[in-house]
Design a binder for this molecule. Sequence first.
Ligand SMILES: C[S@@+](CC[C@H](N)C(=O)[O-])C[C@H]1O[C@@H](n2cnc3c(N)ncnc32)[C@H](O)[C@@H]1O
Length: 316
Amino acid sequence: MSRIGLAARALRLTISRTHADPTADYDAASPSYDTYFSPVMGVHSLAALDEVLIRPGDDVLELACGTGHLTQEIVRRLGGRGSVRAVDKSPGMLAVARAKVEPEVELSPGIELSLEEGDMEEFLLARPTGSADLVVIGWAICYSKPARLLEQVRRVLRPGGRVVVIETRGDALKTLITQLEKVFAADPSLLTGLIRVSLPKDAATVARWFGKAGLTVDVQRDGHQLLPAETPEAALEWVQRSGAAAGFKDAVDQSREQYALDLIRDGLARQVAQHGPLELRHTFVVVTGRSPGGPADGSPVGGGSADAHRKEVGSA
Ligand SMILES: C[S@@+](CC[C@H](N)C(=O)[O-])C[C@H]1O[C@@H](n2cnc3c(N)ncnc32)[C@H](O)[C@@H]1O
């Protein structure tokens, strides 16, 4: 079979609206997410949080909080006063977040915390207009129609309220994605659902989404992180246990999942034999901004201009 066969299959799945849901993969990855994803990519999430003002007393909304890696840090930065309302679709991820963050909040009676299960857009639609000081979206805007979600973000923010987005770029983990595409192209029947994610090309793409939604941009930068996975086995283990392969389980014929994984591993092994150890680069973007109006005190932390923040940041 060819790429044409794959394209035809993808078209049929699009018409029948068969889209892969990442929730099962996140549930499965929830016990290992904080061992794999958080210590590597979560470092960049915390750095993104450094770029927005968090003040004691702030009302913060967090969309797709996952295991609460950012939630815990937001609670700490509120200095004992304020609220954090977080939502996530995966019961498994939320269970980890609850076990981690709720005991900390019990020690801070001035902090109101809610961690609810649900869809982030529906969660926003239910929030009153002009009721939040900060909205945080870590590695999840790709699971939405971004401009539509950001319009709701602008609506719920108070004038001058802040928003921070960190997201994987469309060119992330290219080596692995290329192998995955080859496997599906060779046997399109393996594909039973489409992994539909709105991964941005670069930070400028997200800045444009902000503009469409009526948000101003303070910081926009691109970055990358080399993953600690130089062998095919380590690469497959990392993407599955970190949740980075979310949607795969639901997109591939369940009865042949291991067969598909073996084909991807074999393809990666051929690549290693030819070119040496794998270099899996997780590229990402960070964009912060504000809703219009309000005092001009929500400027980038560190006081730099947006231009100064446009440089690509990389970590080996
Ligand atoms: C890569 S994890 C990021 C978790 C967390 N924000 C972090 O920074 O570690 C993506 C999360 O998005 C959640 N998610 C995906 N689609 C969602 C939706 N439509 N509504 C709410 N949560 C969603 C998943 O369940 C998962 O926990």
